[in-house]
Design a protein around this ligand. Structure first.
Ligand code: FES
Ligand SMILES: [Fe+2]
Length: 322
């Protein structure tokens, strides 16, 4: 795990005053919104007898355990034990571990330890994340793979003609021209023109004549966010994904798909199915990769020019691990 970084872990709109279980890095946490809209995160197992707080409820600023009704306030302190008289003091040890949380760019971000939390990363020049004008849908996809293998798959151009032939990437034109890399303090992106394939399904309605290569940009922000921007002849498609490490070998990718065309609800299912289809094409390949955890040594695998973005990811990760 990359300590001392903020992980994007959940969609903002998925957190309400109904507590929600979050599995991350082998642990169980509970996320919820208090009455005033603040997001909270704490361990899920109640300090009393270990019942799941995610099955509890919110009262004002407190989360209430479903087993014996103990109430925990925002800093994790237990402030009410219904079985004892209010005159009886509450032991200091009756305290839940809480975690720093932020809400930005449509995501909930968690800081899981490893020193003091620094600033949340700043993502600029991505209008989809901050303003309207795009139709968006969201979904989840589960993998039996380590999140870094999943993340790197999102940065990999050269597999498109092999794994996604017919969706994007042309199997007859697998050569990847030089990537144009852009570096950010906590990430990088690469732009390339990918050979087009004939449009399928609904998209046929939007395409006339010969198809030119498709400008495609993909990138990452540490530790677990990737994006893919596709400049189609009829509009822009962008997918932002938080790859949440459930444990070393299981990942859930929580994705938001933004599109500037077909902005009616009627096309949502088509957009959803296209996104899932891409993940499903990737799944058997990514789950087959060994070792499951990418080598920490930069010489551990071989790189060619088309792998420049993955290499940049590994370099930044290496820098943090050192
Ligand atoms: S287990 Fe939570 S109050 Fe007893
Ligand atoms: Fe893929």
């Amino acid at each position: 795990m990359l300590n001392s970084l903020w992980y994007a872990v959940e969609f903002s709109n998925a957190i309400s005053t109904s507590p929600k279980l979050l599995k991350i890095l082998g642990r169980e946490l509970v996320l919820y919104r208090t009455g005033d809209g603040q997001i909270q995160a704490m361990d899920n197992a109640c300090i009393h007898r270990g019942a799941a707080l995610a099955k509890g409820s919110i009262e004002g600023d407190c989360i209430v355990c479903p087993y014996h009704g103990w109430q925990y306030q925002q800093n994790g302190d237990c402030v009410n034990i219904p079985s004892q008289s209010p005159a009886t003091s509450i032991a200091k040890q009756a305290k839940m571990t809480t975690y720093p949380v932020r809400e930005k760019y449509g995501w909930i971000w968690l800081f899981l330890g490893g020193g003091e939390p620094g600033e949340l990363i700043s993502i600029s020049n991505f209008p989809q994340l901050e303003s309207g004008g795009f139709r968006s849908i969201q979904g989840k996809f589960y993998w039996n793979a380590n999140y870094e293998r999943v993340l790197e798959n999102g940065l990999d151009f050269a597999h498109a003609p092999f794994v996604h032939a017919g969706a994007f990437g042309n199997p007859n034109l697998p050569e990847i021209e030089d990537l144009v890399i852009e570096n950010y303090p906590e990430g990088a992106s690469a732009t390339v023109y990918l050979a087009a394939t004939p449009p399928q399904g609904l998209w046929k309605l939007l395409v006339r004549g010969e198809r030119k290569p498709i400008k495609t940009r993909t990138g990452f922000f540490l530790p677990n966010l990737t994006f893919l921007e596709v400049y189609l002849p009829f509009g822009q498609l962008t997918i932002w994904t938080a790859h949440v490490p459930i444990n070393a070998n299981t990942t859930v990718s929580k994705w938001i798909n933004f599109r500037s065309f077909f902005t009616g609800k009627w096309a949502d299912l088509d957009a959803y199915n296209r996104t899932i289809k891409i993940f499903e094409q990737d799944k058997p390949i990514v789950e087959s990769q060994r070792p499951q955890i990418i080598p920490t040594d930069l010489n551990g695998e071989i790189y060619v020019a088309a792998d420049a973005l993955q290499l940049q990811y590994r370099k930044l990760r290496q820098h943090i691990l050192m």
